[in-house]
Write a protein that binds this ligand. Structure first.
Ligand code: MLT
Length: 306
C-alpha cells in the first residue's frame, strides 16, 4: 500500500480520500526541515500547501518518493528541477481555489476603492470619520488585468459584471479568447497607461518579477488602485511605497509579499495601503476543493501511474 505524508494543514477531506482509495496516510504538520528529511524516505507521496518547501536536500533524502502534490496553484515552494531530476512528479490543483482567489481580488478592489478597513477601524474607535473617506466609484472605470489565465479571467468576468471596462495583458491570451471573455487585449505599457485599477494574476517567474516597477508606476494615471493577490515579488514594494506616499497611487491592496510571513513591512501604516496575510485561497470551499483534488490526483498516480 503506498504511503503519503500530509505535511501542511489542509482539509481532513484529503485524509478521507486517501483512505477510501487505499492509500496509507500520515498527517504530520509543522515539521522542521531536519525532521522532514529524517522521515521523508518512508513515503511515496508528499502533500503540501505553501509552508513546506521541498528543496533539493529534502528531495535528495526522499528515496521512495514518487509524487509531490501541492494543494493549491503555485508550485514555487517546490524545487521542480530537483524533483524532475529524481523522477518525482509534481502536481498542483489549478482550479480548486480559483473562484475564491478571484473573489478576494474583487473584495480587495472594493476595500481599496472605499478604504473600508481604515474606515471600519476608525469608526469602531468612536471617531465617525465620515468626511475623511471620499472613495472611488468602480462603475465605468478601466480595470487592467495582468495575467488573464484561470483566475484573471474569473476576475475579469466579475469586473465586467460590475460594469467596469476590462483590459488585459497576457502573452498567452489569444484575441479569440479575449473576445470570448469580453476583455480588450493590450500591451503591458498600454495597460499601465490606461488602467484606473490594476490587478495581478500571473505566476512569479523571471519575466514577471517586479512587473509593477517604478518606471511602470510612473506611467499610470494619478489615483491608481493596485491589487495583488497572486505572488509577492510581482510588485517592487519600495516603488509602491513611494508612489503611495506621493499620492500618485491612491490605494494598494496586497495579499502577498516578497517575503512571507510579512510581520513587519515598510508599507504597513502607509495611507491607502491594505494588507491581508495571503488569504486569497482561504475559504472553506476552496480548501476542501484543493484537498480533495490533490488527494484524488496523488492516489490515482500512486495506484495506477495515471
Ligand atoms: C496558491 O498558489 O494556490 C495560493 O497561493 C494558495 C495558498 O496556498 O495559500
Amino acid at each position: 500500500m503506498p504511503k503519503v505524508l500530509i505535511a501542511d494543514k489542509m482539509s481532513n477531506r484529503a485524509v478521507e480520500v486517501f483512505k477510501a482509495r487505499g492509500v496509507d496516510v500520515d498527517v504530520i504538520t509543522g515539521l522542521s526541515k531536519d525532521e522532514l528529511m529524517k522521515i521523508i524516505g518512508e513515503y511515496d507521496g508528499l502533500a503540501v500547501r505553501s509552508s513546506t518547501r521541498p528543496d533539493a536536500e529534502i528531495i535528495g533524502q526522499a528515496t521512495n518518493l514518487k509524487v509531490i502534490g501541492r494543494a493549491g496553484i503555485g508550485v514555487d515552494n517546490v524545487d521542480i528541477k530537483s524533483a524532475t531530476d529524481r523522477g518525482v512528479v509534481v502536481m498542483n490543483t489549478p482550479f480548486g481555489n480559483a473562484i475564491t482567489t478571484a473573489e478576494h481580488a474583487i473584495a480587495m478592489l472594493f476595500a481599496a476603492a472605499r478604504q473600508i478597513p481604515k474606515a471600519s477601524e476608525r469608526t469602531q474607535n468612536g471617531e465617525w470619520p465620515k468626511s475623511d473617506y471620499k472613495g472611488t466609484e468602480l462603475f465605468n472605470k478601466t480595470l487592467g488585468v495582468i495575467g488573464c489565465g484561470n483566475i484573471g479571467a474569473l476576475v475579469a468576468e466579475r469586473a465586467l459584471g460590475l460594469k467596469m471596462k476590462v483590459i488585459a495583458f497576457d502573452p498567452y491570451l489569444t484575441e479569440e479568447r479575449a473576445r470570448k471573455i469580453g476583455v480588450e487585449k493590450v500591451e503591458l505599457d498600454t495597460l499601465f497607461q490606461r488602467a484606473d485599477a490594476i490587478t495581478l494574476h500571473t505566476p512569479l517567474v523571471e519575466s514577471t518579477k517586479n512587473i509593477v516597477n517604478r518606471e511602470r508606476l510612473g506611467m499610470t494615471r494619478k489615483g491608481l488602485i493596485l491589487v495583488n493577490c497572486a505572488r509577492g515579488g510581482l510588485v517592487d514594494e519600495e516603488a509602491l511605497k513611494d508612489a503611495l506616499d506621493a499620492g500618485h497611487v491612491s490605494a494598494a491592496a496586497l495579499d502577498v509579499f516578497s517575503i512571507e510571513p510579512a510581520k513587519e513591512h515598510a508599507l504597513f501604516g502607509t495611507p491607502g495601503f491594505i494588507a491581508t496575510p495571503h488569504l486569497g485561497a482561504s475559504t472553506n470551499e476552496a480548501q476542501e476543493n484543493v484537498a480533495v483534488q490533490v488527494a484524488e490526483q496523488m492516489a490515482d498516480y500512486l495506484l495506477t501511474g495515471a
